[in-house]
Ligand binder design. Sequence first.
Ligand code: ITT
Length: 183
Amino acid sequence: MAIRFVTGNEGKVREAREYFEGIEAVERVAHDYTEIQSDSLEAIAARGAHETFDALGGEEPVVVDDTGLFVDALGGFPGPYSAYVEDTVGVDRLWRLAKGEENRRARFRTVLAYADENGTETFDGAVAGTLVAPRGEGGFGYDPIFEYNGRTLAEMSTEEKNAISHRGRALAKFAEWYGERRP
Ligand code: ITT
């Protein structure tokens, strides 16, 4: 059965598809679940997955991805508010905010929540890097300003990004668990 990935973000689906290539199909599901206000990506993702599972009839499992960029010098901002900040402030201006700081370390973190009739499971992944002036045409969101080992995530292929990224690591944990319980 295909993995039903609930998101409005094509970039997330592209990465999940690449990860599960040859293993399982990934289908994008459009459902506007409630994004609760919380400091916890786990709580946001679990609530979204549970709500969507119920709203779509309570029969087919779904996966929700909640991701945040946490900038050290900004006390972890924008964190769980990363989508709102991308829409309002924008990626370039966030870089300009971080640029003046001596410490430019940042971390991406993803929580995937899987919901089915047995409840909700969460899987997380994180990657630490450095904020830099925008470079690269690939990826999406904050990828052009996040450097890992000399390259921004926007300078990597989807496969390369998955091998080291927050989402790739969360997908690996999820895939292992999912593989074990699949009939
Ligand atoms: P859905 O909630 O519909 O899945 P979204 O883009 O709103 O899509 P989030 O709430 O998880 O997703 O928001 C995370 C923000 O961080 C958003 O601005 C994304 O563009 C960005 N983002 C998420 N994953 C990213 C990644 O791998 N690289 C760069 N930016 C990312």
